[in-house]
Design a protein around this ligand. Sequence first.
Ligand code: GLU
Length: 426
Amino acid sequence: MERVANLSGAPQPTENPYLIAQQQVDIVAEKLKLDAGIREILRKPKRELAVNFPVRMDDGSVRCYTGYRVQHNLSRGPAKGGIRYHPDVTIDEVRALSMWMTWKCAVVNIPYGGAKGGVICDPKKMTLPELERLTRRYTTEISIIIGPERDIPAPDVNTNARTMAWIMDTYSMHKGYSVPAVVTGKPIAIGGSEGRAEATGRGCMYTVLEALKHLKMEPTRTATAVQGFGNVGATTALLLHEQGSRIIGLSDSRGGIYNPKGLDPHKALRYKQETGALADFPDSDPISNAELLALPCDILVPAALENQITVRNADKVRAKIVAEGANGPTTPEADEILYQKGIFLIPDVLANAGGVTVSYFEWVQDLQNLFWDVDEINRRLERIMVRSFQEVLNNSQCVEVNMRTAAYCLAVRRVAEATTTRGLYP
Ligand code: GLU
């Protein structure tokens, strides 16, 4: 399904994330009456690097992998964004994700542009030494464009603190001295930040609490369903549970579990760590990922991959609040359907911006060699998330647009201002 315009020029559904990201810019450019030149600049990434590189496998054979690093915009500061390992990575996906990073950093007003990286691979079928060799070689290939002042990677789907440690070490070996600020999301032992591991979920929780306050709902009287049980989904579930919300549905890539009386996310996490999946968790009924998205609940957190809520299932969503822990889980057509249904959407560029916000704290701490405690980190994170939520909400109420368009307007305006203020070179 990849149609964007038919002969009459009417927009058609697409699930190509890059086309979606461009469509989102077009909508906002119209609203902001943006200069045509700026609009052209913002519709495409500034720089794209594709790398094909060999990795020696444990059995002695050599396999070639393809990876990307895309920098969308550098007007407000160095590029920032994660690296994902997934068999379905495409250049268009990485392009879209790099654009969403630009808007995300601008929404929370941290001094970065957007970037993203990805390697086409199936990390679940690779051993740790193979993953280490892949990471070190990929780092070497993209080292011509990354660096603490240029482009700072971080974890994303299927990468974690250990992956960041390999990147930091490889980059530092090339330089001949340690460069902790080249990546964020590192282990604390080598310059990582307190609070970074749970920052995306924690930030998501803060935005959900603000949304509940706005809708005059009590956290303790809510039911939550979370799609995806990786770093973001699991942490969000744990923290919302801590706030008193009843977690009625959880899922991972293999399927979901449901109990209307409530699931204990701590036990579910332990269970998943022991068995490798959520399936057959005691006192729960099995459900599919599609069923999870349609559960009657107050808060729905899609925290897996792109294109989960689409024109095909958006009318089945029964939540009052959708908080996008994942990047790009909702297509533009589905956005419109959710809006018409009166569902309050906290868009990805706001809901999951806690991760890059604490990444920013980590980078600042690395650069000044002075480290903050976890209370300081969480206090600063809360302040930024609450302020950003209120700015987006005010924007959406003033100009009567949905929360995503409001967030984009705020972000695109900030990036456009930086671009015009700097002026055109040469
Ligand atoms: N991968 C995360 C995201 O999509 C974090 C990026 C970062 O910390 O640079 O926001």
